[in-house]
Design a protein around this ligand. Structure first.
Ligand code: SAM
Length: 229
């Protein structure tokens, strides 16, 4: 199977109808948003007066975009490089009555072409890794306004002795994965000051990410049983 065919399978598996495209949950999105808004209220003289400008990088079908839109007074530029995800985001935003706050935009996150300091919040759930976590942080560093913030989730090792099978799997799939302490130092050395961090609950992986994917994988295995790797 060539790269194009592999991407085709990936998009079929990670279909727009999945509730979300990465491990996350609404409560964690809110928790991170509240953390940053609280910090912002300490720094900005009149935080209530300006509308927030948010950039959501790698928004996918928009589970977090819609959560953010529901809880902020402002606008969100939601960027992804797969138009069907953006179409689904638009559909969901209309259904939830927040489409006036969201502008879906087909862009490559590596080449955003956006003006310096143009966002109060730069958001990226499960997507900065596409550029490489450190590279993504560096590339995005110019985007938040001087009193702005960046929020990102990143896959981390949570224990020093992961099972051998996991080590083997991630040695192939994401060899750049490091632990939390190392990621915190990567963040600081990329020019950011850490406001806070937390680990997603296990349920954020299982309930609306792995379980729906498991269901799809079963039908996929049957449908494409004869396709060569
Ligand atoms: C793991 S998904 C996360 C999506 C969403 N943030 C969520 O948590 O449900 C990563 C997203 O990044 C997008 N993506 C991958 N490469 C990209 C690129 N070069 N530019 C923009 N988006 C990209 C994918 O289409 C996908 O929607």
């Amino acid at each position: 199977m060539n790269d194009n065919e592999q991407m085709g399978f990936l998009y079929k598996l990670f279909d727009t109808s999945l509730p979300r495209l990465g491990p996350r949950d609404d409560r964690s999105t809110r928790k991170a948003l509240d953390m940053l808004l609280s910090e912002r209220s300490k720094r900005v003289d009149e935080p209530g007066t300006g509308k927030l400008r948010i950039l959501d990088i790698g928004c996918g079908n928009g589970a977090q975009t819609i959560q953010l839109a529901k809880h902020i007074d402002g606008t969100i530029l939601a960027v992804d490089n797969h138009q069907p995800y953006l179409n689904e985001l638009q559909r969901r935003a209309e259904a939830e009555g927040v489409s006036d706050k969201i502008q879906p935009s087909l862009k490559d996150m590596c080449d955003l072409g956006l003006p310096e300091g143009s966002f109060d919040l730069v958001w990226s759930e499960g997507a900065l890794y596409v550029m490489g976590f450190r590279e993504g942080l560096v590339i995005c560093h110019f985007l938040p306004a001087p009193d702005g913030f960046l929020a990102a989730s990143e896959l981390c090792w949570l224990r020093p002795d992961p099972p051998a099978e996991c080590q083997q799997f991630f040695a192939n799939e994401y060899p750049a994965m490091v632990d939390i302490v190392t990621n915190l130092s990567i963040i600081e050395s990329s020019g950011y000051k850490v406001v806070g961090h937390f680990t997603l609950p296990e349920s954020a992986w299982w309930e609306s990410y792995y379980h729906p994917l498991e269901d799809r994988l079963q039908s996929f295995r049957k449908k494409y049983a004869t396709v060569q790797k």
